[in-house]
Each structure stands twice: as structure tokens, then as C-alpha cells.
Design a protein around this ligand. Structure first.
Ligand SMILES: Cc1cc2nc3c(=O)[nH]c(=O)nc-3n(C[C@H](O)[C@H](O)[C@H](O)COP(=O)(O)O)c2cc1C
Length: 187
């Protein structure tokens, strides 16, 4: 089946990171469509190393919001209204271990999730902040019941948009694409 390139690019360009969500959880059907897209991704040695923790419990979302807020403070990141964390539906993407190829495979699954969400009128946010702080990472692992060798790759959020932010500028192709060499060969 051929899919129209312009439509596909259109969907990709339409996606943007959203940090204000309506207080409406995803339906089971919406979650199924998003995770269903994730598991079609390519994976290193067809390892399909992913699993997904969908957070539906309000108390657990609230705790996640606290951990996220605390991590942002510790990392000295710009101030952010973190209430989106408890309004959206968080899906924590977990890899079976920290093998590079497997972690990359999870990243591919994640982009599929964002595009699938966009295609059914939902919006999304990827979030690595918690994972940049070892203490907050431990708390998150405890919260969602993840133990080594399993590794949390990313926290993703899905829901209904409650803001219309300006689109982030993207770099022009020229200057990013090189023929045969990046020009940093030695000698
Ligand atoms: C791996 C990854 C981690 C991110 N982590 C965060 C985060 O913790 N908090 C946040 O507000 N945005 C986060 N973002 C969103 C980026 O800020 C956003 O993708 C970027 O500014 C480009 O905007 P766009 O997604 O609207 O195109 C993350 C994005 C990626 C790809």
C-alpha cells in the first residue's frame, strides 16, 4: 500500500510538544491504538525489547508530577507549570535492558506512538527530565515497578490539547546533509 508522502510529512509537521492538557484521560481504545503503533517499530535483532506502563491511577499521576517537578528544580531547568502531568495520560516506555540497539529500538517505537496519537486527534509530549537525575529516576522506577536490568527509556504523555503554542523552528536541510563525508576525516 502506498501512502501519500505529503500526508505523511503533514502529520509529522503537525506534531508538536504540548505541555497543557485537558483533564480527560485516554480511553482504552486510544491507548490500544498508540501502543499498537509502537510495537510495529523495527528493533535491533527483532528483539522487540519494549514494554509500556500506562498510568491511569490519579494518585500515581500526582506522585509522578511531584517527581517531575522535583527533578526540574534539581537540574535547574526553567520554571514550568507541571500540572499537565496529572491531566494527561502518561505512558512510561521501558526497555528490557540498556543495550544501545535496544534503547534505540524503543526510541523508534516512541515516535510511532506520537504519530499514531496525532492521527487520532491527540497530542503528546516526550519527557526525559526525570531520567537525567539519578535520585528521581530511582523514585520513578519504584513508582512504576521497574527493576534492573530493565531501563526506563522515556516518559511520554498523551491527551487532549489545551494550548496552541507556536511551532518550534526546525533547521533547514541545507547544512545538515553531506555527500560522502562530514568533512572531519583525519589526515
Ligand atoms: C528525548 C526528548 C526528551 C524531552 N524531554 C522533555 C522534558 O522533559 N520536558 C519538556 O517540557 N519537553 C521535553 N521534550 C520536548 C522538547 O522540548 C521538544 O521536542 C522540542 O523543543 C521541539 O519541539 P516540538 O516537539 O514541538 O517539535 C523532550 C523531547 C525529546 C525528543
Amino acid at each position: 500500500m502506498e501512502v501519500d508522502y505529503e500526508k505523511l510529512i503533514g502529520l509529522m509537521c503537525q506534531r508538536q510538544s504540548i505541555r497543557k492538557f485537558k483533564d480527560v484521560p485516554l480511553t482504552e481504545e486510544e491507548v490500544r491504538k498508540i501502543v499498537g503503533a509502537a510495537v510495529t517499530a523495527p528493533s535491533s535483532l527483532n528483539s522487540q525489547p519494549w514494554s509500556f506502563v500506562v498510568i491511569t491511577d490519579r494518585a500515581e499521576k500526582k506522585r509522578l508530577m511531584q517527581i517531575y517537578g522535583q527533578a526540574r528544580k534539581k537540574l535547574g531547568l526553567y520554571e514550568q507549570d507541571v500540572s499537565f502531568v496529572k491531566k494527561a495520560t502518561p505512558i512510561v516506555v521501558v526497555c528490557e535492558d540498556d543495550d544501545y540497539g535496544k534503547v534505540l529500538s524503543c526510541a523508534m517505537a516512541i515516535q510511532n506512538m506520537f504519530l499514531a496519537a496525532e492521527s487520532i486527534g491527540l497530542c503528546s509530549l516526550p519527557s526525559v527530565t526525570i531520567l537525567m537525575d539519578p535520585e528521581s529516576t530511582k523514585e520513578l522506577e519504584g513508582l512504576v515497578g521497574v527493576r534492573a536490568p530493565k531501563k526506563i527509556v522515556l516518559v511520554t504523555y498523551f491527551g487532549y490539547k489545551d494550548e496552541a503554542p507556536n511551532r518550534k523552528p526546525k533547521k533547514e536541510l541545507s547544512g545538515l546533509v553531506f555527500e560522502n563525508t562530514l568533512g572531519e576525516r583525519e589526515g
